[in-house]
Design a protein. Structure first.
Length: 306
């Protein structure tokens, strides 16, 4: 079976390893190298680096709408195209090239959280579970029928980073199951997504990272976890702008104005919210590194005993 793999970020790497396990990947498509780091030098995607390590040819077109690009893909005569967080739209002409069409590994339990940021939005919304779907792609945005799915609970300590890593491995597992069926001569029958329960996971915006203390503490705690490791929640605390790496909600009744520092102890900085309080456990000062609340108070003697 000849597979063409399309993906870009770290999330797609476990799936690429799965697809290449039987030496079936004839080419990898990934986004063009982008400027990165302080020097703004061109940086290859994690998928490109993995493909090069494996000696798999890499193609990096700016778009898949170009007839020449489509002809090059057609010349590969793929049986299947596997797409995982590629970042480019696949036009209908591309979807029709592989013999078995195009499969997508998506990090949500479709139809919930179609779109760009399903992992973060699931945590932010307080979902009790997430998961991955192996989907037969169609011309819509994550609207295709689902071949296989696997769920995983979201705990109260899961950050987007932790859930990302777990779903990346789960996605590779689901892909392995689907490819195993094809190798056995069984073409799985996809199930159409239900019309009910459709939600969209809009792309993260750095402006969302600013915490609004008028919101309930529980909602802000979820946002801190959802925006870790990027863009990382931030707020003004005791007159200083801090990035917040770790926080928990307290069911605390108070009459203080939102944003008021209620207490500053080695356990954390308790900030009044619209409902309850948010205890900041790990913070980062401008130009510094992430530190515990205890270490922060060592530097802010003026807050000791507040």
């Amino acid at each position: 079976m000849k597979i063409v793999f399309a993906g870009t970020p770290e999330f797609a790497v476990p799936s690429l390893r799965t697809a290449a396990r039987h030496n079936e990947v004839v080419a990898v498509y990934t986004q063009p190298d982008r400027p990165a780091g302080r020097g703004r030098g061109l940086s290859a995607s994690p998928v490109k680096l993995e493909a090069l390590r494996r000696g798999i040819p890499v193609l990096q077109p700016q778009t898949l709408r170009d007839p020449g690009t489509q002809a090059a893909l057609r010349a590969l005569a793929p049986d299947l195209m596997v797409v995982v967080a590629y970042g480019l739209i696949l036009p209908r002409a591309v979807l029709e090239i592989p013999r078995h069409g195009c499969w997508n590994v998506h990090a949500s339990l479709l139809p919930r959280w179609r779109g760009a940021a399903p992992i973060q939005r699931a945590i932010e919304a307080g979902d009790s579970q997430s998961g991955v779907c192996l989907m037969q792609m169609d011309a819509g945005l994550d609207t295709g029928p689902v071949i296989l799915r696997q769920a995983t609970p979201i705990s109260e300590t899961d950050t987007a980073g932790l859930l990302h890593d777990r779903l990346a491995e789960l996605g590779a597992q689901v892909l392995a199951d689907g490819l195993g069926l094809l190798r056995a001569g069984i073409r799985p029958i996809p199930t159409p997504q239900p019309a009910e329960g459709v939600t969209y996971a809009h792309k993260l915006d750095k402006a969302e990272a600013r915490l609004d203390w008028s919101q309930p503490a529980a909602a802000l705690a979820r946002k801190v976890r959802a925006f870790m490791p990027w863009p990382i929640a931030e707020a003004t605390v005791a007159g200083e702008r801090l990035r917040i790496h770790g926080a928990v909600a307290l069911d605390l009744h108070h009459q203080a104005a939102p944003g008021t520092l209620l207490a500053a102890t080695r356990q954390g900085l308790d900030i009044a919210c619209g409902a309850g309080a948010l205890r900041l456990r790990v913070v980062q000062r401008e130009g510094g590194k992430a530190i515990t609340a205890a270490d922060y108070l060592n530097a802010r003697r003026d807050l000791a005993g507040a």
